[in-house]
Design a protein around this ligand. Structure first.
Ligand code: GTP
Length: 462
C-alpha cells in the first residue's frame, strides 16, 4: 500500500512523519511504531501506538525530504504553465490544432469528484499552475464540467473538473442547472483515474463518504480511484486524519488491511457517541432526500439516471456504507499549499500510461475566453455577496456603499483574468476599433467594463 503524506503534514506532525520515514526503511517485516510522544505531549495529548498491518511508502515525499530544495532546483517545478488565448477564434483553433506529440507520449485523464465545496476547483487550479476554474466559499460554484490540461515533458494530464455531486431533489429545490446532475457522471465515464476529494474540515464529511460519491464509485468499479483528504491545514489534531482514513476506506487500501489502534484512549474518544448520533442524523436526512421516486428523475428531462445501473439492494447497501474499500492510494493535503500539490502531481505523472496526447501542449483549458470571464465574474459575485445569492440579489447589493463593492469585485476579476490571459487587458471604448485601444491599467481602467458585466450578471439573475 502506498500511503502518501505531504510535507505540511510532516512539518505539523512528528507522529506521521515518523510513520513514513520508518516504513521506508523497513521493507519486509511487520513493525510496530510507538509514535510521537513529543508531538502528542506538546499538545497535552496522550501517546498512541499505531500498528499498521501493511507497509507504507512515499517515494515522492521521501525524495523531496531527502533532496530538500535541491529537488526543486532542477527547474521541473517551475515550468511556466500555458495560458488562455484572449479571442474565441484563437482558442478554438488551438483546441483543434494537432497535438505536438513527443516520441513517447503518455497520457492520463483524471476526474476530480466530491461533494460541493470539497475544493475540486482549487486543487485543479493549483495542479494547472493557473486559475482557470472559479473558486468560492459557496457551494456549487462550478456549474458544468470543464477540463484543464497539464503538459510536462512527454506527459499530458487531462484534469476533468466536475460540479459537486448532488441529488435530483436538491437540483429541483434550488432550481440549479441540470448539468450539475449529468456532468460529473459523464465525466467519470471517460476517466482513467478518479480522485475522490473529501473536505476533512467539514465535520459531517470527514468520516463518511457522500452517498453520491459512493454511488459514483460503485458504478465505475473498474476505474482506479484514490482518496484525497483535502484542507488538512484546517485540522488541528493531525492524528485524527488516520481515523478519517480508516473510516473513509473501511480500513482497506489497495486490497490490504490497515489497522490503527490507539493504545491509550484518546481524549476525543469520549465525544464519539455524540458524533455518531449526528452522523446518523445526517444519514437520515440524506436518505430522505435520496429516496426519490422514478417520477422525480423523469421530471428532469434528459438528465442521466445515475442510479439506474445500481440495483435497489446495492443502493441500500451503499446507504449503510461509510467508506469505500477499493481505493488504490490515500493522500492528505492542503490544496492551497503548492508543495503538497506537487506530490499529487508527481503521482499523476507516474501513473500516466503510454498513449497519444489529446491536445496541443499550449492548451490550458477547453473553456472559451468568454466562459472563463463569466465564471470569474460569477466567482466574485458568490464570494462577496450574501449567502442567499443569487436568488434574492439586488443591484444595490452588488454596487455597495459608494460603489466600493462593485469596484473591488471588478478589480479582483480583472487581476484574475489578466493572469489567465497573460496580458494586460484592454478596455474597448466606444468608437474605437479592436486593437486600437491603449493598454490600460487593469485595476483602474478595466473597472468600468467589468462593473457593467457584474451589474448585468446581477440583473440577469434577479
Ligand atoms: N483552508 C483551505 N481552504 C481550501 C482548501 N481547498 C479549498 N479551499 C477553500 O474551499 C472553498 C471551496 O473551494 P472550491 O475549489 O470552490 O470547491 P469545489 O469543490 O470546486 O466547489 P463546488 O463548485 O461547489 O463543487 C474555497 O473557499 C477554497 O478557497 C484547502 O486545502 N485549505
Amino acid at each position: 500500500m502506498a500511503f502518501r503524506v505531504c510535507s505540511r503534514f510532516f512539518r505539523d506532525s512528528a507522529v506521521l512523519s515518523r510513520l513514513v520515514v520508518v516504513s521506508a526503511r523497513q521493507e519486509s517485516a511487520s513493525w510496530l511504531l510507538t509514535a510521537g510522544t513529543a508531538a502528542c505531549s506538546r499538545g497535552g495529548r496522550k501517546p498512541f501506538i499505531f500498528t499498521p498491518a501493511c507497509f507504507i511508502t512515499s517515494d515522492a515525499f521521501l525524495n523531496r525530504l531527502l533532496k530538500g530544495k535541491a529537488a526543486e532546483a532542477d527547474g521541473a517545478f517551475y515550468r511556466l504553465p500555458a495560458s488562455v488565448p484572449p479571442g474565441s477564434g484563437e482558442q478554438l483553433s488551438l483546441l483543434l490544432r494537432q497535438p505536438d506529440q513527443p516520441d513517447n507520449p503518455r497520457v492520463l485523464k483524471v476526474a476530480i469528484i466530491g461533494a460541493p465545496n470539497a475544493g475540486k476547483s482549487t486543487l485543479s487550479n493549483q495542479l494547472l499552475g493557473r486559475k482557470v476554474f472559479a473558486v468560492s466559499k459557496k457551494v456549487h460554484t462550478t456549474r458544468s464540467r470543464a477540463l484543464g490540461v497539464l503538459t510536462e515533458d512527454d506527459t499530458q494530464i487531462i484534469l476533468l473538473d466536475t460540479p459537486g455531486l448532488t441529488t435530483v431533489s436538491k437540483v429541483k429545490r434550488h432550481q440549479l442547472e441540470k448539468t450539475l446532475l449529468v456532468d460529473p457522471w459523464n465525466t467519470v465515464k471517460e476517466a482513467d483515474l478518479m480522485v475522490v476529494l473529501v473536505d476533512v474540515a467539514d465535520r459531517w464529511m470527514c468520516s463518511r463518504l457522500d452517498l453520491e460519491v459512493l454511488k459514483c464509485l460503485a458504478q465505475h468499479p473498474d476505474t482506479p480511484a484514490i482518496l484525497v483528504l483535502n484542507k488538512v491545514d484546517l485540522v488541528k489534531a493531525k492524528d485524527r486524519l488516520l481515523d478519517f482514513t480508516a473510516e473513509l476506506t473501511c480500513g482497506v487500501v489497495n486490497g490490504r488491511k490497515m489497522r490503527i489502534r490507539p493504545v491509550i484512549k484518546p481524549p476525543w474518544a469520549d465525544k464519539r457517541p455524540e458524533r455518531e448520533s449526528k452522523l446518523q442524523l445526517d444519514e437520515d436526512n440524506t436518505g430522505s432526500e435520496d429516496n426519490e421516486g422514478p417520477e422525480d428523475n423523469a421530471a428532469l428531462e434528459g438528465s442521466a439516471e445515475p442510479n439506474s445501473v445500481l440495483s435497489k439492494e446495492q443502493l441500500k447497501a451503499l446507504k449503510s456504507q461509510q467508506g469505500w474499500p477499493h481505493f488504490k492510494d490515500v493522500f492528505m493535503l492542503s490544496s492551497v499549499d503548492r508543495e503538497d500539490v506537487e506530490t499529487l502531481k508527481s503521482y499523476f505523472m507516474a501513473a500516466a500510461k503510454p498513449g497519444s496526447w489529446q491536445y496541443h501542449s499550449e492548451v490550458l483549458t477547453d473553456q472559451s475566453p468568454e466562459e472563463v470571464c463569466t465564471n470569474i465574474i460569477r466567482e466574485k459575485l458568490l464570494e462577496y455577496l450574501p449567502q442567499e445569492v443569487p436568488y434574492s440579489m439586488t443591484q444595490r447589493m452588488v454596487i455597495g456603499t459608494g460603489g466600493q463593492m462593485v469596484a473591488r469585485m471588478a478589480r479582483e476579476a480583472g487581476e484574475d483574468l489578466s493572469r489567465v490571459f497573460l496580458r494586460e487587458l484592454v478596455a474597448q471604448s466606444e468608437g474605437r476599433q479592436e486593437g486600437e485601444g491603449e493598454a490600460l491599467n487593469v485595476s483602474q481602467k478595466l473597472r468600468q467594463p467589468l462593473e457593467l458585466s457584474l451589474l448585468s450578471a446581477a440583473a440577469a439573475s434577479q
